[in-house]
Design a protein around this ligand. Structure first.
Ligand SMILES: NC(=O)c1ccc[n+]([C@@H]2O[C@H](COP(=O)([O-])OP(=O)(O)OC[C@H]3O[C@@H](n4cnc5c(N)ncnc54)[C@H](OP(=O)(O)O)[C@@H]3O)[C@@H](O)[C@H]2O)c1
Length: 311
């Protein structure tokens, strides 16, 4: 692995400095002079250098300031908006002036929610969305673009949690968690990122979990999907320097999430665990807070859990 790694590093450096007249003179590929690159942490060569160098070259003003400040008028796509955290997020963001675009499979719920938001004076659109279908993420981004002209934020929130021990071999449920919790987030990124890059700004908020920080029995696959969400988000955060990337990791929260558990033992355990659950609004307020920050401030990760929770 080591020679390949070194090759990648040198590729990255030559790409960066090929057309950079201001490149430090100590970086003189092939001249025999010692490269300053050796001072950088060897385990994270490419992205680290990329982002640092871009920042140095472009300065802090490279983020095209959105004409809107805070939350007002921002166009926010929310996946999994038909219940729980997604629904609460839609309500609170709309109440603070965001234009929300709601997606989920249960469209009758979205219709009701959008109606309530509009009655309260807010702005909401909705569309059927199955996040396991990449094209449907592209469609909802297209809806936001056609209706409002831009996409400021996507909240990749849709998720499922059918817990069980691995020895039960509920392979279909493992696949569903991977498809919704990981691939759904990736498809959301794939659909929104090009639009945000063209705009010169944007924010991608991915909902992970405390299960993305610590594994517990019966939650191996669920936790793996949430570890993956954190890894994907951190990689993206390092690669882009004009788009904010935020991970929200809730602890136990009131919602319908545990309804997808088919294993009786895991369901029982979850009932006890959920007694201290915080409201979905508590997590929604955290998402609002992350969006409200100025364009050059990225709340990259927030854990929000019940005060009484040890995990
Ligand atoms: N509640 C907690 O204790 C807790 C803790 C940590 C993290 N989380 C995370 O928070 C997020 C929201 O969950 P929640 O707690 O609010 O649970 P929830 O009430 O069950 O909401 C889940 C949402 O995801 C949607 N969804 C599921 N499969 C989908 C699919 N294939 N395509 C599109 N949407 C889909 C559901 O809508 P439809 O069924 O209508 O499609 C629903 O709106 C999840 O990512 C979850 O892992 C929750």
């Amino acid at each position: 692995m080591q020679p390949r790694f070194v090759h990648l590093q040198s590729l990255t450096e030559s790409t960066i400095f090929q057309s950079d007249a201001a490149a430090p003179s100590c970086i003189s590929g092939g001249s025999g002079k010692k490269s300053r690159r050796s001072d950088y942490p060897r385990q994270f060569p490419g992205p680290y250098i990329d982002k640092q160098v871009r920042r140095r070259r472009r300065g802090p003003d490279h983020i095209k300031e959105n004409h809107m400040s805070g939350i007002k008028d921002k166009v926010v796509i929310i996946t999994g908006a038909s219940s729980g955290i997604g629904e609460a997020t839609a309500r609170i963001l709309a109440a603070h002036g965001a234009r929300v675009v709601l997606g989920a499979r249960r469209t009758e719920r979205l219709e009701t929610l959008a109606g309530l938001i509009r009655t309260a004076g807010g702005i909401a659109e909705y569309q059927a969305l199955d996040v396991t279908q990449r094209g449907q993420l592209e469609d909802i981004v297209a809806l936001a673009k056609s209706r409002f002209g831009r996409v400021d934020v996507i909240v990749n929130n849709a998720g499922v949690m059918p817990l069980s021990t691995l020895e039960q071999l509920k392979v279909d449920e493992w696949e569903r968690m991977v498809d919704v919790n990981i691939k759904g987030v990736l498809y959301g990124i794939a659909a929104a990122l090009p639009v945000m890059q063209a705009q010169g700004n944007g924010q991608i908020i991915n909902v992970a979990s405390v299960g993305g920080h610590r594994v517990v029995p019966s939650a191996a696959v669920y936790c793996a999907t949430k570890f993956a969400v954190r890894a994907i988000s951190d990689g993206l955060r390092q690669e882009v320097d004009n788009i904010r990337v935020t991970v929200i990791s809730p602890g136990v929260t009131e919602s319908e999430l545990a309804d997808s558990i088919t294993d009786p033992a895991a369901k029982l355990g979850m009932q006890a665990y959920r007694k201290i659950a915080i409201s979905a609004e508590a997590v929604a307020r955290t998402i609002l807070f992350a969006i409200e920050q100025p364009a050059d401030v990225d709340l990259s990760e927030i854990v929000v859990r019940p005060t009484a929770s040890a995990n």
